[in-house]
Structure formats: structure tokens, C-alpha cells
Ligand binder design. Structure first.
Ligand SMILES: CC(C)(COP(=O)(O)OP(=O)(O)OC[C@H]1O[C@@H](n2cnc3c(N)ncnc32)[C@H](O)[C@@H]1OP(=O)(O)O)[C@@H](O)C(=O)NCCC(=O)NCCS
Length: 149
């Protein structure tokens, strides 16, 4: 094995597309032959707002994640919120349905999100709408503030 001293890390550019495609297919062998190009990811988001009359009642931020020109990718629900007084009116479900519709339009077949395990209400809501827990989320907190001695 080579020593890390010979390794350089640099920002990928569009000319790296073929190398990245090969690496990506190494990670997802099931995609071999299914995608022929790699697209450098850029933030690609949509925000939907729900109004109750003229009042803003809720919103959802959806990020699209795709590394291919082809229609393979994920929708990520970054934020979803309905004001307390407008809850249980079906607004959350309508916002999630907008997310599903937009992902379907793009040909994406997975939507994912994270929510704290203490957020029992949101867990019940998502479960009720058909979401299921899968895999594990691994976190590392960076830029931690030092505790005062
Ligand atoms: C989670 C949240 C978005 C739900 O919004 P909402 O507008 O109240 O949900 P809806 O009225 O659309 O509910 C849709 C369905 O889920 C069910 N549901 C909603 N909240 C539920 C709960 N806490 N427990 C059980 N079922 C629930 C409803 O009964 C409804 O069922 P139905 O379609 O059979 O009638 C809202 O409670 C919220 O903003 N919570 C705080 C922020 C948050 O936790 N966001 C998610 C973090 S990722």
C-alpha cells in the first residue's frame, strides 16, 4: 500500500467525470451499465410553502441529490414544519405529497430524511405516510466549542 504522503486531494472538476463515474459504480455496483455519466453535485433545492388563507402555515425544503445526468437520484427532506395552530389539518401530508410529486417528476425513486428519535410525533407522522427506517446515520460534530475550565 502507498503512503499517504504521495496522495493529494483536490477539488473535482467536470473533467474528472469519467473517474468519478468509475468510483461511484465501485460504491454502487448495481448501477454498472445503468448510468453513463457523472454530474458534479450542485445544491439543487425546492422550497414549498403552505398558506392557510393568507397566513403562512408551513413549509418544506427538498434537496435533490443526483450524480448522474440520468434520472437516478434521491430527494432529501431537509426541513418540514407546520405551525402548531394549523396542525392535524392535512398540511404536513400535502407538503410531503408535493415532495413526492416533484421527485417522481424527476424519475427519482427514493426520498429520505432524518429526524431525532425523540421526535415521536414526526416519527409517527412519517411512518403513517409510508416512510420506513433504514440504515444508520453517522455523525461527527465539528467546530465544537471548548468547554470553559
Ligand atoms: C410533523 C408535522 C409536519 C405534521 O404536520 P401536520 O400538518 O400536523 O400533519 P397532517 O395533518 O398532514 O397529518 C397527516 C397524517 O399523519 C398523521 N399524524 C400527524 N401527526 C401525527 C402524530 N403526532 N402521531 C400520529 N399520527 C400523526 C395524521 O393523523 C394524518 O393521518 P391521516 O392522513 O390518516 O388523516 C408537524 O407536526 C410539525 O411541524 N411538527 C414539528 C416540526 C417537525 O417535527 N418536523 C419534522 C422534523 S423532520
Amino acid at each position: 500500500m502507498r503512503k499517504s504522503g504521495t496522495v493529494k486531494i483536490r477539488r473535482a472538476i467536470s473533467a474528472d467525470a469519467d473517474s468519478l463515474l468509475e468510483l461511484y459504480q465501485g460504491l454502487y455496483p448495481e448501477l454498472k451499465g445503468k448510468i453513463s455519466s457523472f454530474k458534479l453535485p450542485k445544491a439543487d433545492t425546492e422550497t414549498f410553502i403552505a398558506n392557510y388563507g393568507v397566513e403562512p402555515a408551513g413549509f418544506v425544503i427538498l434537496t435533490f441529490i443526483s450524480y448522474s445526468q440520468k434520472k437516478t437520484g434521491f430527494g432529501y427532506i431537509e426541513e418540514l414544519f407546520v405551525k402548531k395552530r394549523y396542525r392535524s389539518l392535512g398540511i404536513g401530508k400535502m407538503l410531503v405529497n408535493s415532495v413526492i410529486l416533484w421527485c417522481k417528476k424527476r424519475g427519482y425513486n427514493v426520498i429520505f430524511l432524518t429526524t431525532p428519535k425523540t421526535n415521536i410525533g414526526a416519527i409517527k407522522f412519517y411512518r403513517h405516510l409510508g416512510f420506513r427506517k433504514s440504515k444508520q446515520v453517522w455523525l461527527q460534530y465539528i467546530n465544537k466549542k471548548k468547554k470553559k475550565q
